[in-house]
Design a binder for this molecule. Structure first.
Ligand code: SPV
Ligand code: MN
Length: 649
C-alpha cells in the first residue's frame, strides 16, 4: 500500500484536498485514490471532510453542473434519464472469482471478465470533470454497528444526496485509520443536456446518456462497487443498495444481519414503546408504515441487526429517506405531506413534474385534475403524450422520489436515531403485495416459522421501483432477494441461526395492504394499517389472544373493532372482517406450489454447483412447506377452499 499519492494523481488535488487526504494517515485510502484517479482521469479531485463549507460547495456544484435545478427555498429538482428511472437489475451483477457460486436466484458474472468490461468503460470517463471523494459511516458512528465507507463520484447530485442520506465520517476515518472500509466508485458517464423553456425561463438539465453502457458491478472480493452511465440513486449511491450487498457478505462472516427493513417505534397503551422492524419490497407500504401518524420513525429502508446479550438490536444504516412520492397526500400522510411543502427543509425532488410557477406536482398528491403541462422526466410534458418507448407519460414517474434528512421530520425518534446501542427489536414485519392470497396481518407460529413462512416465502407483485414490468408475482425472500451477496440457503440459515442465538426472540408478522374483492375493489383503506400495527404491538406485549389458522395467528374481530374505533373512529363491520381475514386456502396452496418449485430448483442447482453444505437450502424450509401443505389440505377437506375466521375460532 502507498503512503503517497502518485504525482499524476497529486497534481489534481488543491492544497486543501491534499491536506485532507494526508491528515487521514490511511494508506488504504491513498492506494484507492491512486488506483481509480489514474483510470478515471478527472481534471480535479475534491476531497470533502463533511464540513458545512464542503457540503455547501457540493450543493452549489449540483446546480452549476445542471444536475439539479433550484426551486423556491431549500428545494431542488433532479431528473434521471427516461430509461434510468429505477434500479436496473439487468445491468447489476456480482463479480465472482472462479469457483465461487451464489446460486441461480442471484445475477453474477466472472470477476475478471466483469472488471475488464466496467474498467474499460470507466477509463478516462471523468476527463474534463471534477470528482468528489466523500467519507461516510453506515450505522451510528463509534458504535459496534458502524461500517466505514468511501464514495468516489463525478455526480454532484449523487454527492449531494449522500450528504442528506448518510452520516459523515471524516472524523471516524481519522480515529480508525486501520479499519476496513467499503469502496464505491461511480461515474455518470457522458451526459445529455435537455434545454427546455418553462414560463419564459430557460432551463437545462443533464442526464446520463449512454444507457447501453450502464453497469453496476459488485466486486465482493475487494468490497468495491463500480457503477457507470447511470444517475438513479438506487444504482449510484454506493451507500444505499450497493452497500447492502457488501453488508450482507460482511455480516455473514461476523454474525450480524443487513436487512431491507424500516425501524420504528410503535406505541402501546400508557406510552409503552415497542420497536418494530419491517421488510417490504419497494412500493408495498414500507415507508408509509414507518411514517404512520402517531408513531415514530427511526429508519425507512435498511437496518443492521445484531445480537447483544441474547437480544436483537437494530439501527438505521442511513440517516435520510429516499422515498417514493407518488400518492403522498394530505389525508393519509399528514406529517410527510406538510414537510414536503416546507421550503425551509432541504429536499431533493426527483422525476416529478415542474409547473410554470416553479412548484412541483406528483401523481396522487391531491384530488384536483392533474396538470396538463410542465416539464418532467420525459422533457416537455403535455397531457396524453407518449414517451420515446411509446408508453403513456404521466405528470410524474411512478418511482419519482424525495430525498430528505429524517431528523427534519417531526415524527422522527430523535433520541433513537443515532443511539449507539440500537433499538431492542420486539417484532419483525414482512410485508408483501398481493390482491387475492394473504390476509392483512398474521403472526407466525414461532420465530422459525416466521423466518421461513412469513419471510423466506414472501411473494409479492413487482413494482415500478425496478426497471421492467410491474404486477408480476415474484418470490422475494425477506424482500431482500435483489441484494443477496450470499447464496439464498445460506442467507435463510443466517437468519435462523441469528434467531437461535437469541434468548428473547422478536415476534414475526406478515402484512398485506393490497387485498381486493372479486370486483377489483380494495378491501382496505390505506389508513387501516395503523390498526394492524397496534394489534401486533398488543400481541408482542402478550395482551390479546389470536385465532389459529393453518398459516398463522390472526386477530379476533372484537380486538380489531375496538382498535378501528379507537384509532380511526371507524365502525368495523363483521362483514369486512370476514372478507379480509378469510383464509384463502386454494390461493395459499397455489402459492406453496410456486414456492416448492422455486426452492427445489434452487436447492438442486446449488447442490450440483457447490460442495459447501452451508449454501444448501436448509431442510426446515422443505419441512415447513410440507407442514403447510398438510395443514392447508386438511383445512380444505374440512371447511372448503375459503375459510371464514369464525370457523376456526
Ligand atoms: C427500493 O427500491 O427498495 C428503494 C429505492 O428503497 S432504491 O434506492 O432504488 O433501492
Ligand atoms: Mn428499499
Amino acid at each position: 500500500m502507498a503512503d503517497k499519492l502518485a504525482p499524476t494523481v497529486e497534481k489534481r488535488l488543491d492544497a486543501a484536498s491534499l491536506d485532507k487526504v494526508y491528515s487521514l494517515k490511511n494508506d488504504a485510502i491513498v492506494s484507492f485514490l491512486n488506483q481509480y484517479m489514474e483510470l478515471l482521469d478527472p481534471d480535479s479531485v475534491f476531497v470533502s471532510d463533511g464540513s458545512d463549507k464542503d457540503n455547501d460547495f457540493i450543493r452549489a456544484e449540483a446546480l452549476n453542473n445542471h444536475e439539479e435545478i433550484q426551486l423556491p427555498g431549500m428545494h431542488t429538482l433532479h431528473y434521471d434519464n427516461y430509461y434510468d428511472q429505477g434500479r436496473d437489475k439487468g445491468k447489476t451483477r456480482f463479480l465472482l472469482p472462479k469457483g465461487v457460486v451464489l446460486g441461480q436466484a442471484i445475477d453474477t458474472m466472472d470477476r475478471e471478465e466483469g472488471l475488464a468490461d466496467v474498467l474499460g468503460i470507466m477509463k478516462g470517463a471523468m476527463k474534463g470533470r471534477r470528482v468528489y471523494v466523500l467519507f461516510f459511516v453506515l450505522g451510528p458512528a463509534d458504535s459496534e454497528f458502524a461500517q466505514l465507507s468511501v464514495q468516489i463520484t463525478d455526480s454532484s447530485y449523487v454527492a449531494h444526496s449522500e450528504i442528506i442520506l448518510y452520516r459523515p465520517a471524516y472524523k471516524s476515518f481519522k480515529k480508525y485509520p486501520n479499519k476496513p472500509f467499503f469502496k464505491f466508485v461511480h461515474t455518470q458517464g457522458e451526459l445529455y443536456t435537455f434545454n427546455l423553456k418553462l414560463g419564459g425561463k430557460d432551463l437545462a438539465f443533464k442526464v446520463s446518456k449512454n444507457m447501453e453502457k450502464k453497469r453496476i458491478y459488485i466486486d465482493l472480493q475487494d468490497e468495491t462497487v463500480l457503477s457507470a452511465n447511470t444517475q438513479y440513486a438506487g444504482n449510484t449511491i454506493g451507500l444505499k443498495k450497493l452497500a447492502m450487498r457488501l453488508g450482507i457478505q460482511r455480516g455473514s462472516r461476523e454474525g450480524w444481519l443487513t436487512e431491507h427493513m424500516f425501524v420504528m417505534d410503535v406505541f402501546g397503551p400508557n406510552g409503552r414503546v415497542s420497536y418494530f422492524t419491517g421488510a417490504y419490497p419497494s412500493m408495498c407500504g414500507k415507508t408509509s408504515t414507518a411514517m404512520i401518524p402517531g408513531e415514530k420513525i427511526i429508519g425507512d429502508d435498511i437496518a443492521y441487526v445484531r445480537n447483544r446479550g441474547g437480544k436483537a438490536y437494530a439501527v438505521n444504516v442511513e440517516k435520510g429517506i429516499f422515498g417514493i412520492i407518488e400518492g403522498v397526500n394530505a389525508k393519509d400522510d399528514t406529517v410527510l405531506f406538510k414537510k414536503l411543502h416546507d421550503k425551509g427543509t432541504e429536499i431533493i425532488f426527483s422525476n416529478v413534474l415542474l409547473k410554470e410557477d416553479m412548484s412541483v406536482y406528483w401523481n396522487g398528491m391531491d384530488k384536483s385534475p392533474p396538470p396538463t403541462a410542465g416539464i418532467n422526466y420525459a422533457g416537455e410534458f403535455k397531457a396524453g403524450m407518449k414517451g420515446p418507448d411509446g408508453a403513456d407519460v404521466k405528470p410524474s414517474h411512478k418511482n419519482a422520489r424525495f430525498t430528505i434528512d429524517i431528523s427534519a421530520l417531526e415524527n422522527a425518534d430523535a433520541a433513537m436515531l443515532n443511539n449507539k446501542q440500537g433499538a431492542p427489536v420486539a417484532a419483525y414485519i414482512y410485508g408483501g403485495r398481493d390482491v387475492d392470497t394473504s390476509v392483512p396481518i398474521e403472526e407466525s407460529f414461532d420465530f422459525e416459522h416466521g423466518i421461513v413462512f412469513q419471510g423466506a416465502f414472501l411473494e409479492s407483485e413487482t413494482t415500478a421501483a425496478t426497471v421492467g414490468k410491474a404486477g408480476v408475482r415474484t418470490i422475494n425472500p425477506m424482500s431482500n432477494i435483489d441484494f443477496l451477496s450470499v447464496p439464498l440457503g445460506k442467507y435463510i440459515k443466517m437468519n435462523l441461526d441469528f434467531g437461535a442465538g437469541l434468548g428473547i426472540k422478536p415476534k414475526v408478522y406478515r402484512v398485506n395492504y393490497f387485498l381486493q374483492d372479486e370486483k377489483g375493489e380494495w378491501l382496505n383503506e390505506r389508513t387501516d394499517k395503523v390498526v394492524w400495527l397496534k394489534w401486533a404491538e398488543l400481541r408482542a406485549a402478550g395482551e390479546v389472544d389470536a385465532i389459529k389458522t393453518p398459516t398463522g395467528l390472526i386477530p379476533k374481530y372484537d380486538d380489531l373493532a375496538r382498535l378501528f374505533k379507537e384509532m380511526l373512529g371507524k365502525e368495523y363491520s363483521k362483514d369486512d372482517y370476514t372478507k379480509q381475514f378469510s383464509i384463502r386456502v386454494e390461493k395459499q396452496l397455489e402459492r406453496l406450489a410456486r414456492l416448492k418449485v422455486y426452492y427445489e430448483t434452487e436447492d438442486k442447482w446449488i447442490r450440483a454447483n457447490s460442495k459447501d453444505e452451508s449454501t444448501f437450502i436448509p431442510a426446515v424450509v422443505f419441512k415447513i412447506l410440507a407442514d403447510e401443505e398438510r395443514l392447508l389440505g386438511d383445512a380444505k377437506a374440512k371447511h372448503g377452499s375459503v375459510i371464514a375466521p369464525d370457523k376456526l375460532a
